[in-house]
Ligand binder design. Structure first.
Ligand code: KMH
Ligand code: ZN
Length: 276
């Protein structure tokens, strides 16, 4: 039996707009409604950003709290908060989701480990800032998902581990296909995998039209995949996904066709070492 595959739904993001797709969830209730359907379609985790009621990207603690409560009221899907936010946000703003403790504490949080061009913008992650966020994640007692947009960011995790800021083995997310960063190519994915420290697990999040084909590549390589409206709004050429759930359903179909079973949230907790 192969290892169950963890599907993550990146539901909201900071860049996708309602002008691009009317199916982008914005309010806590809309996010929870779509999260329930994502879980039913095979997702074990959601990667969460939040928005103001007007749809502006936000990392506001109370907006995160409302979304997390709405999701947890209705489903057991794991919740990973973004600490990336939107380009141009300062570190305190980006870490809004890390102020949630007790029953509102997220299950996981992202940690981007280097600076990268992000379309015409720059996703700014100088080394001191990365360490600041790593410390906050560690202090909250949760595990990071190490977001790497290029291979040097994988190497940087070794330095973070030496400094005691990340414990290995850890879980990585390879984000491929961001304009200005590493392209979504099969050999790029293989180089990322080959660069991992011993025993680490990985997810691939390929952007745009690469999203669903990379689910299949991840499936055959024994990895995990992230889909969702943060990274891609189309379920097929020119056809908008009617919610994150439709992208998860398509990912689930492709992964199972390659012989993988899908992880439940409980299995994902173990596979991603969230309790250790
Ligand atoms: N919105 C991007 C600039 C994360 O969630 O940790 C960064 C991002 C990464 O989405
Ligand atoms: Zn994100």
């Amino acid at each position: 039996m192969s290892t169950p595959m963890v599907l993550t739904a990146a539901m909201v993001g900071a860049e996708t707009t309602r002008e691009q797709t009317p199916y982008l969830p914005i309010t806590a209730e809309e996010i929870a409604e779509d999260a329930v359907k994502c879980r039913e379609a095979g997702a074990a985790m959601v990667h969460l950003h939040v928005r103001t009621p007007e749809g502006k990207p936000s990392q506001d603690t109370e907006l995160f709290r409302a979304a997390i409560r709405a999701i947890r009221k209705r489903t057991d899907v794991l919740i990973q908060v973004s600490t990336g936010g939107a380009v141009g946000m300062g570190v305190d703003e980006r870490c809004g989701g890390l102020r949630l403790t007790g029953e509102d504490r997220p299950d996981m949080a992202t940690l981007s480990t280097g600076t990268v061009n992000f379309g015409d913008d720059v996703f700014w992650n100088p080394r001191p800032l990365v360490r600041d966020i790593a410390r906050r994640i560690r202090d909250l007692g949760i595990r990071p998902e190490l977001e790497c947009f290029d291979v040097g960011m994988v190497d940087e995790v070794r330095a973070l581990a030496k400094e005691g800021l990340v414990s290995l083995p850890a879980h990585f997310d390879f984000v491929l296909g961001v304009p200005g960063a590493l392209t979504a190519r099969e050999d790029a994915l293989d180089f990322m995998i080959a660069s991992l420290p011993e025993g680490c697990s990985w997810t691939v999040a390929a952007v745009g039209r690469h999203q669903l084909p990379f689910v299949e590549l991840a499936a055959v390589r024994g990895g995990n995949a992230r889909v969702g409206l943060e990274d891609n709004i189309y379920v097929s050429k020119g056809v908008l996904a009617k919610g994150n759930w439709e992208l998860v359903a398509e990912a689930a179909k492709r992964a199972t066709a390659k012989g993988r079973t899908l992880a439940t949230p409980q299995q994902a907790r173990q596979l991603l070492r969230l309790d250790s």
